[in-house]
Design a protein around this ligand. Structure first.
Ligand SMILES: [Zn+2]
Length: 356
């Protein structure tokens, strides 16, 4: 059965907006949160903020946070920045690959369906069925396709433009608790959040900053891989491109009844994280091989290889040993001898040392 049968999406959209307003308000008055500035100050001074327990609360077991905890938080944050880079958005496959396996499994098992119901510029809004474990019946997921505008003005093939847009970076948000308390901070620091941003570190729930997508977002990503949804988006892209003065001047475009009929036929299979990870690894390998095979790089690599593998003759070995003995007698560091021969013979000092 179609889980969206009888849903009035305009009505639901207003409910989502009201819920988000309430969540923002609660969040605004929430205490016991930890700002990046507090983390920085504490690490620099080596002292926890005064009244730390009142200010930031305690660990789950009731013991207070320590400077080591804060240092760990800062390291997790740096790893994250490195992992996702600094550009706006991250490609969907990379986000799926970086997600926790448990979230992928929940997306496959607990979430029945996700339906695109609104487009506003480059931002797609989805209604996603909830797992039924909590109060909510539906969750709202927003995905912004960061390359949409660039491809909207592509003179070439619109299908290809859409394929490239979907393979390009995205930003997203979900209104569920998992996203709010585990991943919104990750998305904010990683540069793939849609407002509201989260400035408070998830020090209790996700202090390692692992994972990035809740099951609803993952379901939406899987849905975006369906050819039916891609076709629909291509039509929307054409529609937007035909509007006069489109840039920055789009209204909230709700899907029509016809659009929904088409979208309801989308076949959405399971997400296969292993397959996506393998494909990403293959692409990295390919890029690496291309890099290695460039003539300039090939020469560089060959030179480095020669340096490491060139064999010393017996005569050279005897010569080096002689100089080493001399150096030892006068308390000179052996390294200077290795380095001298390395320069002379075009080898690495380590390779020489190993062969003696
Ligand atoms: Zn969610």
């Amino acid at each position: 059965m179609n889980p969206f049968k009888g849903v009035n999406f305009r009505h639901q959209d207003r409910e989502f907006a009201e819920l988000r307003r309430q969540l923002r308000q609660n969040r605004g008055s929430a205490r016991r949160t930890l700002s990046p500035n507090q983390i920085r100050m504490a690490i620099r001074t080596g002292e926890m903020p005064p009244n730390a327990e009142v200010l930031i609360g305690t660990r789950e077991d009731g013991t207070p946070f320590t400077i080591e905890d804060l240092t760990g938080f800062a390291q997790a944050q740096q790893r994250l920045a490195k992992q996702f880079g600094s550009a706006k958005g991250v490609p969907m496959d990379q986000l799926i690959a970086s997600s926790r396996a448990i979230d992928v499994e929940r997306a496959n098992v607990e979430i029945r369906s996700a339906r695109l119901y609104k487009i506003h510029g480059s931002t797609l809004t989805f209604s996603v069925t909830a797992s039924g474990k909590y109060q909510a019946q539906f969750h709202q997921v927003k995905v912004r396709l960061e390359d949409w505008w660039r491809h909207l003005t592509d003179a070439g093939n619109v299908n290809r433009a859409m394929t490239q847009t979907l393979a390009g970076p995205v930003s997203f948000d979900c209104d569920c608790g998992r996203h709010q308390f585990w991943y919104r901070y990750v998305a904010t620091v990683g540069g793939f959040a849609i407002q509201p941003y989260e400035k408070d570190f998830p020090k209790v729930r996700n202090p390692q900053l692992r994972g990035c997508c809740c099951k609803h977002v993952l379901k939406v990503f899987r849905t975006l891989k369906s050819p039916t949804v891609k076709t629909q988006l291509t039509q929307q892209m054409i529609r937007q491109a035909e509007q006069a003065g489109f840039a920055g001047d789009t209204r909230h475009q709700f899907m029509t009844r016809q659009d929904h009929q088409q979208l309801s036929r989308a076949r959405v299979g399971e997400l296969n994280q292993e397959k996506i990870r393998a494909e990403l690894a293959r692409q990295v390998n390919l890029a690496l091989r291309r890099h290695v095979n460039k003539p300039a790089n090939r020469n560089k690599i060959n030179r480095a290889r020669t340096k490491m593998t060139q064999q010393l003759t017996a005569q050279q070995k005897a010569h080096i040993k002689q100089e080493l003995a001399f150096a030892q007698r006068y308390n000179l560091p052996a390294n200077t001898v290795y380095q001298k021969f390395a320069d002379e013979l075009g080898m690495s000092a380590e390779a020489i040392q190993q062969q003696l």
